[in-house]
Ligand binder design. Structure first.
Ligand code: ACO
Length: 372
């Protein structure tokens, strides 16, 4: 039987990682509401939850955080690659290539056991912000920075980009956003990671597949389109006209709509609040007012809501990331979910190989090249 286009409605895995209640607009990781996790946990704590299946005790979290901090420094070969060829690539392509290099150099490269996957995951997750930070600085003619081991994962991420310790509010905003984006079931990039893992490819290779899939404008690339739209609209007074024209032309409004959520996306609600807290100057408030006006106009006209990217985009922009870095920042969060899914796939694997319905020509007589 032919599945609906885009595999809509098809259940392609059994998982204990994440539950998306699309009709209710609710999301849980390992049974915990994302609102609780984003309000009360650190990113390391949530990564631990996703990878081990339970929240850590204080001692377990201390050990885990120490391991993460100890693994932030980029090896020489990767730093040299970043300073030469990778700096010329887009941030998402550079991250993809950097993960490949890390995979080739990883001491557990050939080991797909859960313990090896967690060891690899710690090295990878700890270093990804350092890669994004180094690329950001190299692109501006600045030297990459050594990590600051006194800072937690999210605060150190901002430090490695900006070169100064972030304010508490900025670090918490990034941390909450990273928790809200850490996992989301069989979204396209995670599905791609599971397909790669299903061939028994290693964790790094599965993450490369996920990164390549995240890049597209219908997935992780959407946030860059949101910010371009907010700049183009410019002011809330232009929002209604913009939305009217876009919908009349059957164009997609970036950052709206979702395959699973048919009402509100719970992540967008939290992110909008963080944006409001963070908006410290007139320009930021103007951008948010413009976003709010677009949201009201879209809701008035069609039954779709803002998705996670609609408010992640202004948040990352306020934190100092360039639009081309939005997808890599997203990846630095979603790596937690990718790892959990790859490990789950490796643990109970069957090759993922759907069938196709052939709709091309049949039994054509072969014509030699001289006669075509
Ligand atoms: N703007 C205007 N209309 C939309 C939008 C949108 N952003 N999204 C969906 N619709 C409309 C469609 O035109 C369609 O209407 P119709 O039934 O009258 O033809 C209906 O809503 C259903 O849309 P589909 O394309 O069938 O939804 P699908 O599940 O295939 O696509 C997707 C989901 C790709 C997210 C889509 O909503 C979209 O293109 N959004 C814009 C890009 C975006 O924000 N992507 C980020 C998603 S979240 C993430 O990956 C992090």
């Amino acid at each position: 039987m032919f599945a609906r286009e885009g595999l809509e409605g098809v259940v392609a895995a059994r998982t204990s990682i994440c539950l998306i209640k699309g009709a209710e607009g609710a999301l849980e990781y390992r049974g915990y509401s994302i609102h609780d996790l984003a309000n009360h946990c650190g990113f390391e704590e949530v990564a631990y939850l996703l990878w081990y299946g339970a929240l850590p005790s204080a001692d377990e979290l201390g050990d885990f955080s120490r391991l993460m901090r100890a693994n932030r420094i980029l090896p020489g070969r990767l730093s040299r690659a970043l300073a030469s060829i990778l700096r010329e690539l887009t941030p998402i392509d550079a991250l993809c290539a950097a993960v490949s290099i890390m995979g080739a150099d990883d001491p557990d490269a050939a080991d797909n056991s859960p313990a090896a996957n967690v060891r690899k995951a710690i090295r990878l997750t700890a270093k990804m912000p350092a890669i994004v930070g180094a690329h950001h600085r190299l692109a501006r003619g600045l030297n990459p920075l050594a990590p600051d081991s006194r800072l937690n994962h999210a605060a150190n991420f901002l430090y490695m980009v900006k070169g100064k310790r972030p304010r508490e509010l900025e670090a918490r905003a990034l941390e909450a956003a990273m928790i809200l984006e850490a996992e989301h079931g069989l979204n396209p990039s995670t599905f791609a990671a599971r397909v790669a893992a299903g061939t028994l490819a290693d964790l790094h290779s599965a993450v490369v597949a996920a990164l390549a899939t995240l890049k597209g404008p219908l997935h992780g690339g959407a946030a860059a389109e949101v910010i371009a739209m907010l700049h183009a609209v410019g002011d809330r007074s232009n929002a209604a006209g913009f939305v009217r024209k876009a919908l009349a032309a059957h164009a997609r409004v970036a950052g709206f709509g979702h395959r699973i959520y048919k009402g509100d996306d719970p992540r967008a609600i939290d992110l909008e609040r963080w944006c409001r807290r963070l908006a410290g100057n007139r320009e930021a408030r103007r951008m948010l007012d413009c976003a709010g006006a677009i949201e009201r106009e879209v809701r008035k006209r069609v039954a779709i809501s803002p998705n996670v990217d609609f408010y992640a985009a202004p948040l990352w922009s306020m934190l100092g990331f360039r639009p081309a870095e939005f997808a890599p920042v997203f990846a630095c969060a979603r790596i937690a979910g990718w790892v959990a899914h790859v490990t789950e796939q490796h643990l109970d694997n069957r090759l993922i190989r759907p069938e196709e319905e052939y709709i091309g020509p049949l039994s054509r007589p072969f014509v030699p090249i001289e006669q075509r």
